[in-house]
Design a protein. Structure first.
Length: 300
């Protein structure tokens, strides 16, 4: 691919005029040349390019915020703040959090949460440790946290949380994602890992691994943040409950070769998730409705 590098001040001025003229028909071309030339420019020309991009759209603002993470231009901060109020973009939001004052970030809290999501906002501002964590049970639209995010946020902010509650959250997720429906979404071919997808392999059993597949299931259950938190809190005793369940599940998955259909095998997994569930959390399991037998059918 050919790159055009321009470094002369007069040429940069001309190119910026073309870039800012939407009717020129060369906005994309001039944008690419300015980007490619950026690190070869003198500081005053870099500043002109960044200003022009800040006054453009979200994509260009994202690009500016990434450049400013490496090259500091304090004179651009007033313009960046002004543009942030009218055009919210993820990269700019992160730049605002890490490169402006705490008071300014707090004044923009609602917009930052709207742009990044509540959990990411908490993660980015965690070093301050001053925000209150909203419980997932409240489920407020703009401040909704999943169970896994709530556990992690409490750890990051040093908020006490009962270890038994964390383990409870873990198995609630496992049950709701893996043991609740007889025909789970992850049992469909389009949801399978590529190495066992029927699209990639005629016989999915040739590439199957019980251990790796269980890891895939746990990712679908959204428990990675919970497990990471348990490790960081050194919850060895509680982790043993998970390891015991995983061992039982791996043993149960060893019969995979007897299944010809991956969807039938996934229905079998749902049953085993319930059968191997830790006894102390069995109250979470909803009782299945038994199909009526011939003797129980009403006579017509």
């Amino acid at each position: 691919m050919d790159y055009t590098i321009i470094t002369k001040h007069s040429e940069i001025i001309k190119l910026l005029k073309v870039f800012q003229d939407k009717k020129s028909g060369k906005v994309v071309e001039s944008r690419n040349i300015l980007r490619d030339s950026f690190y070869f420019l003198r500081r005053k020309d870099m500043l002109l390019v960044l200003k022009a991009f800040l006054n453009a759209g979200k994509i260009d603002m994202d690009w500016v915020s990434l450049r400013m993470q490496k090259l500091w231009f304090p004179e651009l901060m007033p313009l960046l703040k002004k543009r942030w109020l009218s055009v919210q973009a993820k990269e700019v939001a992160l730049f605002i959090i890490h490169n402006t004052s705490r008071d300014y970030v707090l004044s923009q809290k609602h917009l930052l949460i709207k742009t990044l999501g509540y959990y990411q906002y908490l993660v980015e501002t965690a070093p301050w440790g001053e925000d209150k964590i909203v419980s997932p049970s409240l489920n407020l639209p703009d401040y909704a946290l999943s169970r896994a995010e709530y556990c992690r946020a409490c750890f990051l902010y040093g908020i006490p949380i009962d270890k038994n509650e964390i383990v409870k959250f873990l198995f609630q997720n496992i049950y709701e994602f893996l043991g609740y429906k007889d025909c789970p979404d992850w049992g469909r071919p389009y949801s399978q890992p590529l190495n066992i997808s029927v699209i990639r392999a005629l016989d999915w059993r040739k590439e199957f691994s019980p251990v790796l597949y269980l890891d895939f299931l746990l990712k679908r259950a959204n428990v990675e943040l919970i497990i990471q938190t348990m490790r960081d809190l050194n919850m060895k005793k509680e982790m043993e409950i998970l390891w015991e369940w995983k061992e039982k599940m791996i043993d149960s998955l060893q019969c995979y070769s007897s299944f010809e259909d991956i969807e039938c095998f996934c229905k079998y997994i749902v049953i085993k998730v319930r059968e191997n569930f830790p006894p102390q959390f069995s109250y979470m399991l909803l009782k299945r409705e038994k199909a009526p037998t011939d003797g129980n059918k009403q006579k017509e």
